[in-house]
Design a protein around this ligand. Structure first.
Ligand SMILES: [Zn+2]
Length: 91
């Protein structure tokens, strides 16, 4: 699998930043076929994402605001890809 590792530029939006953090923690993943983000429903990964957010918030953003953004993004992401047929879930 092709992995692209990108640094987090300071100019990203808060939402983009939060998605990066959630991916880094393994709390969400991208559908390989369609690119939609999917919630992996992993409580440990979520905890890790909040830890990362609080430890390393974007410049000028408080730890609480960063964690709140991660929470909001997590709420907005479904646990399935809207374009993947339900009978073709990954094995
Ligand atoms: Zn998909």
């Amino acid at each position: 699998m092709l992995m692209t590792r990108e640094r987090r530029p300071a100019t990203r939006t808060m939402r983009g930043w939060a998605i990066d953090v959630l991916q880094e923690a393994g709390a969400i993943r991208e559908c390989e076929a369609h690119g939609w983000m999917q919630d992996r429903a992993d409580p440990h990964a979520r905890e890790r994402a909040f830890d990362i957010a609080r430890d390393d918030p974007p410049a000028g953003v408080s730890a609480d605001a960063a964690a709140a953004e991660v929470h909001e993004v997590l709420n907005s992401i479904g646990d399935t890809c809207p374009e993947c047929p339900p009978d073709l879930k990954d094995n």
